[in-house]
Write a protein that binds this ligand. Structure first.
Ligand SMILES: [Zn+2]
Length: 234
């Protein structure tokens, strides 16, 4: 085995993160077939007027997001961003930047942070900022809920989620600067919408959203639990 292969297996593991095969050389987490499938899962367009996702949820991107969130593999964030290729170029054009751009990661629950050791959306924000010559701004904090979201009615959840984030750290960001809220998965936009609300309340008005993956909400009934399900259920 060539030295490169030995180092890669030591750093990234020896089986494909998506299909589990171990025969072919990995790149560095995926076999050739899954790498090709991942590139087909890229999404070249905005998912709504103010939101852009780099990939549509598919079997390979789902496996990588799982690794990013639950298997201590923070490097997958930069891998996914970099692998987006032309989609990344589309994203930059879509931002139509004229001035500064700041990437604001969606904060995760402190208990998740302790468990995971990092916030995956910060890793995504760092990779996007590097590509767009922007900066990461950890602007938001998460309010803790006194009552579990599942015990509330839908209208109560709307109110609760809307006030879930607060501006906790100011930076030298002008009100007209472009601020991009960064999340790992975008479904209904309830989470990122609540983040946007916290920023708008503080006068920032040029707000956009970028996520790694877009996943269609399962149903309107499940809209809030679909977004960051595990966080809201704490
Ligand atoms: Zn594979």
């Amino acid at each position: 085995m060539r030295l490169k292969g030995i180092v890669s297996r030591f750093l990234f593991g020896s089986v494909c993160l998506s299909c589990g095969c171990g025969e072919k050389p990995l790149d560095p987490w995926l076999c050739e077939n899954c790498r090709e499938l991942l590139l087909k899962e890229r999404n070249g367009n905005a998912v709504s007027e103010n939101a852009f996702s780099l990939y549509n949820m598919g079997p390979v991107s789902r496996a990588l997001i799982h690794g990013l969130k639950y298997s201590s593999m923070p490097g997958l964030a930069a891998y996914l961003v970099k692998s987006a290729g032309d989609t990344l170029k589309n994203f930059k054009e879509w931002l139509s930047l004229e001035g500064n751009v700041f990437f604001v990661p969606v904060p995760i629950h402190p208990s998740r942070f302790r468990e995971r050791g990092y916030n995956q959306t910060e890793k995504v924000a760092l990779a996007l900022a590097a590509y767009c010559n922007g900066k990461v701004w950890k602007a938001l904090g998460r309010r803790s809920f006194s009552v579990s979201q599942t015990k509330l009615s839908k209208s109560e959840r709307v109110l609760n989620v809307a006030g879930a984030f607060v501006l906790k750290k100011r930076m030298n960001v002008k009100k007209e600067d472009c601020v991009v809220i960064v999340d790992d998965v975008f479904t209904t936009g309830a989470t990122t919408g609540a983040c946007a609300y916290a920023l708008k309340r503080n006068g920032y008005h040029n707000i956009k959203i970028c996520s790694l993956l877009y996943e269609k909400p399962i149903s309107a009934e499940l809209d809030f639990v679909a977004d960051k399900q595990e966080d809201w259920l704490l």
